[in-house]
Design a protein around this ligand. Structure first.
Ligand SMILES: [Zn+2]
Ligand SMILES: [Zn+2]
Length: 269
């Protein structure tokens, strides 16, 4: 092993650090980047690149391009995808040289700079998209008015808004009038049907599933949450257990079945 010699280069940008070069087992770099060879230093400028934390190559690349390193983690996928392992070449340590260089980043050649610029173009494109697309704040949700626990239809415990209270006999099995509120989603079905009852509940359920409500083929076994006695839920319709009536076979189905049978018989003979 050689004795310490000369001033140590910055392992990031390559300039002289003022530290003495010490021959040591190197740690903290990917093995391919620097064999166990010598310990190099970090210049004052590169300390802010957080040399010993992950993402240092991305931050260094941004600095080479004269870009801010603040959002390096958002930029990282673009550099990693475009350059892969080659990204580590942006670090002077990848050169495995004991001598400092006169100019910072001189080891980043034109080809590598071009690749970095191309990778950064992806960052800019993504950012432009981000700016154009308005980020809508997620609507705040609230618990129902005092005295109510959840939506009488779907049972959800929080909603953007609450409607009611109203009274009904039709949502529950008992003879008594029951008081209920509905959430901001279920109220739309109630308004569309125009009257509280199984049809409004069915429509609210189908809409929540992203399905069209078909009066001829309603969800069967669906109960309003008000009728269950269950605690409210974070998700609407957590209590629902439904099935649909089997469609009576029509002529086209029957003919298709005959054709399939015939084909099967032909295959056997
Ligand atoms: Zn440096
Ligand atoms: Zn609801």
């Amino acid at each position: 092993m050689k004795a310490p010699i000369g001033p140590a280069p910055c392992k990031i940008c390559g300039v002289e650090t003022g530290q003495r070069l010490a021959w040591q087992q190197h740690t903290g770099f990917p093995p391919h980047a620097l064999p166990q060879f010598f310990e190099v230093g970090v210049c004052d400028d590169c300390v802010s690149l957080r040399p010993d934390e992950s993402g240092v190559a991305v931050r260094a690349a941004l600095r080479v391009l004269g870009r801010s390193e603040d959002r390096w983690d958002a930029a990282a996928p673009f550099f990693n995808d475009a350059l892969g392992e080659a990204l580590s070449k942006v670090l002077y340590a990848s050169q495995n040289l004991a001598d400092p260089q006169a100019k910072a980043w001189a080891h980043v050649d034109r080809g590598l700079r071009r690749d970095l610029r191309r990778a950064y173009a992806g960052v800019l494109k993504a950012r432009a998209f981000e700016v154009r697309r308005p980020v809508l704040p997620e609507a705040a949700t609230f618990r129902p008015p005092v005295g109510y626990r959840g939506c009488g239809f779907c049972g959800v415990g929080e909603s953007r808004d609450w409607h009611g209270p109203s009274w009904t006999k039709t949502l529950t099995q008992g003879p008594d009038l029951r008081e209920y509120v509905v959430c901001d989603d279920c109220v739309k079905a109630l308004q569309a049907i125009g009257a509280v009852g199984t049809r409004a509940v069915a429509r609210a359920y189908m809409t929540a599933q992203g399905l069209a409500y078909d009066e001829e083929d309603p969800p069967l076994g669906l109960r309003a949450w008000l009728d269950t006695g269950l605690p409210p839920s974070a998700e609407p319709w957590a209590h629902a257990q439904v099935h649909f009536k089997e469609r009576p076979p029509n002529l086209a189905d029957a003919l298709a079945r005959v054709a399939a049978l015939e084909a099967a018989l032909r295959g056997q003979s």
